[in-house]
Unconditional design. Structure first.
Length: 404
């Protein structure tokens, strides 16, 4: 920032960065951090012959060339983050999302950029979803670096050791390595974006299509899976909607499925087969009446999780993953990365977690687990003619699946 404010940045000579005078903003969690850390650090790095003054009352730093930096605290009212036009924004530690959104508007006039330096002590927050995950995509304008305390050459190793030895568990992982703490409890740590996520390509005519639904009180989550003759699994489409009646969701599903060919099997959360004591209906039955016949999914969470690990680890003879997710399934990818154990801190070897942490951001991952649990296969035309038998279905649930 100082190189840019003083006009000494190499990219300015190439016309890739604006030249002074420049107007930046620097934000911190509180005013003591501004007065004792941020402002003194700027003053330290700005050459003395180019530094003008620091107005400690209004929290504005001035350079002689007309550039300036104003400082704000996240504790200030939201309206304080408005109005002014800025070339850039420096965020010290994680910023509240509403302050971040308001700050984005300040960069429009100059096409400015944001620099955020933080330790993820709040876990997989909005920064994880909006900034960190997109930064890992092949085509992105976001540049990210994850650094460890051991990468800092200016702190003696002995001092680093003293610090980290006082920390335990998740806090140590966060502060020593900058890890997003929930990663320690991922259900499928085998899933890697750079391995399993590919840009879409035309699916062959020869394939077997499966579908799964995770219906919640407000959200309906749907995933489609194609199994190729090579038994390669491709998650190729998704649907995630809120506050829609089942009849309307079914209409969207059928519209999507028009271009998919025949659907070999549809699964739905086992709980959808439960009949409501108030009206005598079930979600499974409502879908059936709307033209979407489903089979209740296998209830065994451990089974679906374990088989999923096999699929994510599986490779063909050329070393390519046998299970992939199209990059267009943004919600599905996010849900897999939010799919964590109910208590990631427990000792996995002593007490294996028996359920995922409930969240609004995991429904599509549940769908994938339902599909993994049945070990989906490519079905040839000959075998397709055979009657479908699903051992875990009772006669009652079969009738419900048919809408009877």
């Amino acid at each position: 920032m100082v190189l840019e404010l003083t006009g000494r940045h190499p990219l300015q000579d190439k016309g890739l960065r604006p030249k002074p005078p420049l107007y930046w903003r620097s934000c911190a969690p509180d005013f003591p951090t501004i007065d004792k850390v941020l402002a003194p650090e700027f003053i330290h790095w700005i050459p003395k012959n180019e530094f003008d003054r620091y107005d400690s009352r209004n929290k504005i730093l001035y350079l002689k060339n007309g550039s300036k930096v104003d400082f704000l605290s996240y504790e200030q009212e939201l309206e304080k983050f408005g109005a002014a036009k800025r070339h850039g924004l420096l965020l010290d530690e994680e910023c509240p999302e509403d302050r971040y959104n308001e700050s984005l508007m300040r960069l429009i006039d100059f096409g400015g950029r944001i620099i955020m330096c933080m330790t993820p002590i709040r876990g997989m927050s909005w920064v994880f979803d909006r900034i960190w995950l997109p930064s890992l995509q092949p085509k992105t304008e976001i540049f990210s670096v994850k650094a460890s305390i051991w990468d800092n050459p200016y702190i003696p190793d002995e001092e680093k050791r003293k610090i980290v030895e006082q920390l335990e568990g998740d806090e140590r992982k966060v502060r020593e390595y900058g890890d997003w703490v929930e990663f320690a409890g991922l259900v499928w740590p085998e899933f890697k974006q750079d391995v399993h996520v590919l840009d879409p390509f035309p699916l062959p005519k020869e394939k077997t299509v499966y579908m799964a639904i995770d219906p919640m009180s407000r959200t309906q989550a749907v995933v489609w899976l194609a199994v190729l003759p090579s038994n390669r699994l491709i998650f190729f489409d998704e649907l995630l909607v809120d506050d829609m009646v089942i009849e309307d969701v079914a209409r969207l599903i059928l519209e999507k499925e028009k271009s998919m060919g025949s659907i070999y099997m549809r699964l739905i959360d086992w709980n959808a087969s439960i009949i409501s004591p108030t009206d005598g209906r079930s979600i499974l039955g409502e879908y059936a009446n709307a033209g979407i016949s489903c089979a209740p999914a296998v209830k065994d969470w451990i089974l679906g999780k374990a088989i999923g690990k096999e699929y994510w680890n599986a490779r063909d003879k050329d070393g390519h993953p046998k299970t992939i997710v199209f990059s267009t399934l943004k919600h599905t990818i996010s849900h897999i990365l939010h799919y964590v154990h109910d208590d990631p801190r427990r000792r996995m070897d002593i007490e294996p977690p028996n359920k995922p942490k409930r969240s609004k951001d995991i429904h599509l991952a549940d769908d994938i687990r339902y599909l993994f649990a049945i070990r989906p296969e490519y079905i040839t035309a000959e075998s397709d003619a055979a009657p479908l038998e699903i051992p875990h279905l009772s006669p009652l649930s079969i009738k419900m699946r048919r809408g009877e």
